[in-house]
Design a protein around this ligand. Structure first.
Ligand code: ADP
Length: 297
């Protein structure tokens, strides 16, 4: 484990967020309360437009609640900060900077010295399976690899919380599965609190410790569902299956080959691992509860 941080508790207390003015107001989120434990992986699940991103943006400090409060480790969120890193659906990398320069950027802005920041950036690039791509430019990478850089760029700041807004939604189906497995493996290492927005029940089930299901707009908390399959079990199953195909599990099951700029999805090499892991998660009674909760949204 890279960082055994015990920080990252998020408290959303009776949050109301509305947009607009001049007589036209969109009530995005109302009476929304949710608490995450430090190091927990929580998915925010709900139909499109129900306010998931708005909740995430409130934790990031991009929008201010009209009522209620947002706390991270007991401190009110007043503005964006590197302690709450965001991974967006579309990557937001600097196209003129190399991969390692992109990852270093936040540390550079905070005055971290060249050697230290370069070493940290390389560590996190290696963690997301991009060792060997440090000097590539974003345009030379596949969509999945660009998202890996985005994850490394957040994690290098050792955030209390990683906020992820449908980060894999724009990827093709197979790359998406690979990225979910990668994220689970990376999270096992860093144990940063993750708040992950999705409208995909399978994705929420596979990744999360708990799933917060929202109603349709104005978004309220419908239900919070525990996923009764520990993340270690999900990960171990994936890895043990990967093991039968590969000698080195952790990195190779998620890494890209520097010789293959197209970054062939590794799940293509481990399709049964994915299928088995997913079917174990999806056959849980809890999935029925999700469907009922989402149907009622
Ligand atoms: P979701 O992430 O669940 O798809 P959002 O949080 O993006 O939903 O949006 C919730 C509602 O708030 C939508 O009706 C959306 O149009 C509205 N909304 C979000 N951001 C803004 C904004 N900056 N200005 C006006 N309306 C917004």
């Amino acid at each position: 484990m890279i960082d055994g941080a015990k920080t990252g508790r998020i408290d959303l207390e009776d949050v109301r967020i509305a947009f607009g003015g001049n007589g036209h107001t969109v009530e995005a989120v109302q009476r929304f309360s949710l608490t995450t434990r430090p190091g927990e992986f929580v998915a925010l699940l709900g139909p499109s437009g129900c306010g998931k991103s708005t909740v995430l943006n409130a934790v990031a400090g991009f929008v201010r609640p009209l009522e209620g409060q947002v706390l991270v480790d007991g401190e009110p969120v007043a503005r964006p900060g590197a302690d709450r890193g965001m991974v967006f659906q579309q990557h937001s990398l600097f196209p003129w900077k190399t991969v390692v320069e992109n990852v270093e950027f936040g540390l550079k802005m905070r005055g971290v010295g060249r050697t230290e920041r370069n070493s940290a950036a390389r560590t996190y690039l290696h963690l997301v399976g991009l060792g060997g791509f440090e000097n590539a430019y974003p345009a030379q990478l596949s969509g999945g690899m660009q998202q890996r850089v985005g994850i490394a760029r957040v994690l290098v700041n050792r955030p209390r919380v990683m906020l992820m807004d449908e980060p894999f939604a724009a990827l093709d189906a197979q790359t998406r599965l690979t990225m979910q497995e990668l994220l689970l493996a990376v999270w096992q290492e860093v144990r940063t609190t993750v708040l992950f927005v999705t409208h995909d029940i399978d994705e929420a089930l596979f990744l999360s410790d708990r799933v917060a299901v929202m109603t349709a707009r104005p978004g309220r908390l419908r239900d919070v569902v525990d996923v009764p399959l520990p993340s270690t079990t999900r990960s171990r199953r994936t890895r043990s299956n990967a093991h039968s195909h590969s000698e080195s599990v952790g990195q190779s099951s998620v890494s890209c080959s520097p010789n293959s700029a197209s970054a062939t999805p590794n799940s293509a090499r481990f399709p049964f691992a994915t299928a088995e892991t997913r079917s174990s998660a999806s056959s849980l009674p809890v999935e029925k509860k999700f469907h009922r909760a989402v149907d009622r949204c």
